[in-house]
Design a protein around this ligand. Structure first.
Ligand code: HEM
Length: 148
């Protein structure tokens, strides 16, 4: 079961983080240069169909994996939980920040998207992309001790 959960979690991560890296590194600069609102809408509409289910899969499998590692909600949020609890907390903070930035983009920025507001949208995309990479770094930290 853990293997299947991890497989789904990693597949979701490739879609969520990979999709945002492609958006931020290859599509966003072209959109900003050409002030091309339609191109951004075109990518978002296509990506949303895969990206949103991927995020839902991340949340379900992530919570499940976290429960397998530490089957006590009280420990997740206490100082006695040690490094595993700290990493679970970090994942939940990243999730909260992602939800805030995404909701702000979805309800405040996208409805008024125009060539003038494209740079603001760009900052939102960059923020969600950085958060998505941090999800992977924190995820790997359950196994890897960073030897810097
Ligand atoms: C878009 C969101 C997320 C991404 C991109 C992501 C990515 C990753 C990655 C790459 C790993 C490493 C897996 C490995 O070492 O084999 C991981 C592990 C993990 N993630 Fe996530 N994750 C996300 C959301 C979450 C959420 C919301 C939780 C809930 C607390 C969570 C909990 C975990 C746990 C517990 C592990 C350790 C699994 C293990 O080593 O057994 N993740 N994640």
């Amino acid at each position: 079961m853990t293997a299947i959960l991890l497989l789904l979690h990693l597949l979701g991560a490739t879609i969520w983080t990979g999709g945002h890296l492609i958006l931020a590194i290859t599509i966003l600069p072209r959109v900003l240069r050409g002030r091309d609102v339609a191109a951004l809408h075109w990518f978002e509409e296509g990506y949303e169909k895969l990206g949103m289910p991927a995020l839902v899969v991340q949340i379900i499998t992530g919570l499940w994996l976290a429960w397998q590692k530490m089957p006590s909600l009280a420990l997740w949020f206490s100082a006695e939980g040690g490094p595993v609890a700290q990493l679970i907390q970090a994942k939940l903070v990243l999730l909260g920040l992602t939800a805030l930035v995404a909701a702000h983009a979805r309800f405040r920025v996208i409805p008024r998207l125009s060539p003038a507001t494209l740079p603001l949208m760009g900052w939102h995309i960059l923020a969600v992309t950085v958060l998505s990479v941090l999800f992977v770094v924190v995820g790997l930290s359950f196994r890897v001790r960073w030897g810097f």
